[in-house]
Write a protein that binds this ligand. Structure first.
Ligand SMILES: [Zn+2]
Length: 332
């Protein structure tokens, strides 16, 4: 691993808590588990048939993440990984409703994660904020509940509402009203799109959900009008290259649309999406893109600069992170 890239300060906007249980954390949650058992249960195959097979690989983590203690351990483990990766600002995300199987209320889930997020990130000297996800297969009422949670905790570290999960098999209809309410309340909204579905899904998401960032959006290149729209509306794409290869959006990293998106002038950043399920750190993600697509160190710093600009961090944190990125640029 390049020590240069490891020590480079990074900003990450798109990484899921339930997809990021490293071995040490998983073994704390399930004592006695061997590394082989961990790999088998928590890391998805290098090539999944599609996004829905990939999503099924998250269940072993969800089974464990149903108590306050388990949530605390998982968030602490994730923030240790972020710090080890020299991520200086991260927006981590999860769907509170997935952690209520044995009786936790969604409010307790959110409060537990927020408490641990601040405790661990202060200890590690990094900044973190939380995004709450509703999921494609949720009904309208559940989506409203997530939007209401974002509103309720917006002054306590929750910064946005996201729509995640299986876009190819579930339409937007159940979620449009919740996003309308969130936008009317002035909350930040983002959505996964243009991953398992094509460029049309990006356009539909922008039209119906009025989001300011898109998770993935990598299939926007299939339609030049969508690229134009992304630029015109100043939409930031949270690109997660390794995960896209794993879910068969592109056969190899060389074939990824990153170069086309970048050349077209679309604003984007590199992210891991699923540190455990995809078995990747942000440093590794940078290394792979550098190798396969000839990105320079400056391109990688630019990724973080665009990310912090598109982030939902308070202004003082944005300034502090921008200074760290600029200091590194000068050194390089
Ligand atoms: Zn994602």
């Amino acid at each position: 691993m390049s020590s240069n890239l490891l020590s480079m300060p990074k900003v990450e906007l798109h990484t899921h808590i339930d997809c990021s249980l490293d071995f040490g954390t998983a073994a704390r949650l399930k004592p006695g588990m061997s590394f082989e058992d961990y790999q088998e249960a928590f890391i998805a195959p290098e090539k999944c048939t599609d996004l829905s097979q990939f999503l099924m690989c998250i269940d072993p983590a969800l089974v464990l993440l149903q108590t306050k203690l388990a949530l605390q351990i998982s968030v602490d483990g994730m923030i240790r990984q972020l710090a080890a990766d020299h991520v200086v600002y991260a927006e981590i995300r999860f769907a509170p409703h997935l952690h209520t199987r044995i009786g936790l209320r969604t409010e307790e889930v959110v409060e537990t994660v927020l408490g641990q997020m601040f405790e661990s990130s202060e200890r590690e000297g990094i900044y973190c904020r939380l995004i709450l996800c509703t999921l494609r297969h949720f009904n309208e009422e559940q989506s409203f509940e997530v939007a209401d949670l974002v509103a309720r905790y917006q002054t306590q570290g929750v910064v946005a509402l996201d729509l995640a999960a299986d876009e190819a098999n579930f339409p937007l209809d159940e979620h449009t009203n919740a996003f309308r309410r969130a936008n009317t309340l002035g909350l930040n909204t983002i959505a996964h799109a243009g991953e398992a579905s094509g460029a049309d899904s990006v356009l539909e998401t922008l039209d119906k959900l009025s989001v300011s960032r898109i998770g993935h959006g990598v299939r926007s290149v299939e339609d030049p009008r969508v690229l134009e729209r992304l630029i015109k509306d100043d939409i930031h794409l949270e690109v997660c290259p390794s995960c896209n290869i794993q879910t068969e959006i592109f056969p190899r990293l060389k074939d990824h649309s990153l170069a086309q998106l970048k050349d077209a002038g679309v604003k984007l950043s590199l992210n891991t999406d699923a540190r455990a399920t995809t078995n990747v750190s942000l440093t590794q993600e940078y290394e792979r893109v550098q190798k396969a697509l000839n990105w320079t160190e400056q391109d990688l710093i630019t990724s973080s600069q665009l990310a912090i600009k598109a982030s939902f961090a308070p202004d003082d944190i944005k300034r502090s992170v921008q200074q760290k990125l600029e200091a590194y640029t000068v050194k390089a």
